[in-house]
Design a protein around this ligand. Structure first.
Ligand SMILES: Cc1cc2nc3c(=O)[nH]c(=O)nc-3n(C[C@H](O)[C@H](O)[C@H](O)COP(=O)(O)OP(=O)(O)OC[C@H]3O[C@@H](n4cnc5c(N)ncnc54)[C@H](O)[C@@H]3O)c2cc1C
Length: 324
């Protein structure tokens, strides 16, 4: 439903599993809430096949997040597609500024902006983005039909990216700096068994070569006597870093850990009153970044916000005014 107002009890920034679940719970607690998000879904859109979300034996991230968004719409939550570029505070009210310079106000805030891909930080990396270097196999695999590609990384996202690419490309090198892949055993077994995938352990990519587009990667350990591999595409899956928190007011700066993840208490509240955080952007759930843990954190945050809104006197509202 399109939003018609600019003041809410709760504004949720981010429409991934954490933000959307929080909205579902908030709506059922009758908290008027607005979701502002750059796009519906974040990291979840990069998941080609999700096989571990209860009730879904196999579903794409895009399909799953669409279902979640439909659920928020059914409960009449407001939704705006835009990037939040600033958060400020005026008296007791939070002020949220979007890229198109719209301003919204809220009694409480939930930060659910997730993470962004970690880059390799190699000299030619930015030059080859979209010309051979990608951070999303689900989005770009189709460009590599019958080609040779490499995936860098050894986690679930790297393993599932290799498997997806093996359905399309002729050859997939998976390059990992350690001596064993990590993550779900089911994915690891499938990678090892797949004849199109060759895992190269104990190896790093140290340079990217090519003219107009990526043509070759240079490895830091000899591979069958060679240090170079000719490839058409490199998929970088070496983890992610929390999104920047875009807070303007100094007295709103949140406590984070050394990697920038927002520190939260067991009810998902942050170091600042009135601000909660949920999903991959936080230090919660034992740093186990999954859809179900993001959903769980979103639900816990909404319940905690509900209690907060009902135990604190309403901001800018005179309670029980004396009748004249
Ligand atoms: C390749 C891959 C495969 C995966 N496979 C699985 C799997 O099989 N099972 C599983 O459980 N998990 C999987 N995951 C992990 C899962 O996708 C994440 O843990 C989950 O999406 C985190 O949810 P989130 O809501 O915290 O963040 P995200 O899903 O990242 O959502 C963040 C949202 O915030 C928005 N946003 C960010 N910054 C701003 C801003 N400034 N203003 C407005 N909006 C903003 C984004 O547009 C997005 O909508 C996978 C991840 C990857 C990368």
């Amino acid at each position: 439903m399109p939003n018609t107002k600019n003041k809410y009890s709760l504004i949720i920034i981010g429409a991934g599993p954490a933000g959307l679940t929080a909205s579902i719970y908030a709506s059922r607690y009758k908290i008027d809430n607005l979701i502002i998000s750059e796009a519906p879904g974040g990291m979840i859109l990069k998941a080609h096949k999700i096989c571990n979300f209860p009730t879904e034996q196999e579903i794409s991230g895009a399909e799953l997040v669409k279902k979640m968004q439909k659920h928020t719409e059914f409960l009449d939550a407001d939704f705006i597609i835009n990037k939040v570029v600033g958060i400020d505070k005026e008296k007791q009210t939070f002020k949220i500024i979007t890229r198109n310079k719209k301003i919204f106000f809220a009694d409480t805030l939930l930060l659910a902006m997730g993470t962004e891909h970690r880059q390799l930080n190699l000299p030619n990396e930015n030059k080859f983005i979209g010309k051979g270097v990608s951070y999303c196999a689900t989005c770009d695999a189709m460009f590599y039909k019958h080609k040779t590609v490499a995936v860098l990384g050894g986690s679930d996202s790297a393993n599932t990216s290799s498997l997806h690419l093996a359905e399309i490309a002729d050859k997939v090198y998976q390059i990992y700096r350690k001596d064993k892949l990590r993550g779900e055993t089911t994915w690891i077994d499938q990678v090892i068994k797949n004849k199109k995938i060759e895992v190269i352990y104990n190896t790093n990519v140290i340079d990217l070569k090519g003219n107009e587009k990526l043509e070759e990667i240079i490895l830091d350990t000899p591979y069958k006597g060679e240090k170079k591999i000719k490839i058409d595409g490199l998929f970088v899956e070496i983890g992610s870093v929390p999104q920047k928190i875009i807070i303007n007011a100094k007295d709103l700066l949140l406590e984070t850990n050394e990697s920038g993840s927002i520190k939260v208490k067991s009810d998902q509240s942050t170091s600042k009153e009135g601000i909660w955080a949920a999903g991959d952007i936080t230090t919660a759930s034992n740093n186990f970044h999954q859809i179900i843990t993001a959903c769980s954190e979103g639900a816990i945050a909404a319940e905690s916000i509900f209690k907060f809104l009902h135990t604190k006197p309403k901001r800018n509202v005179i309670l029980n005014p004396i009748q004249g």
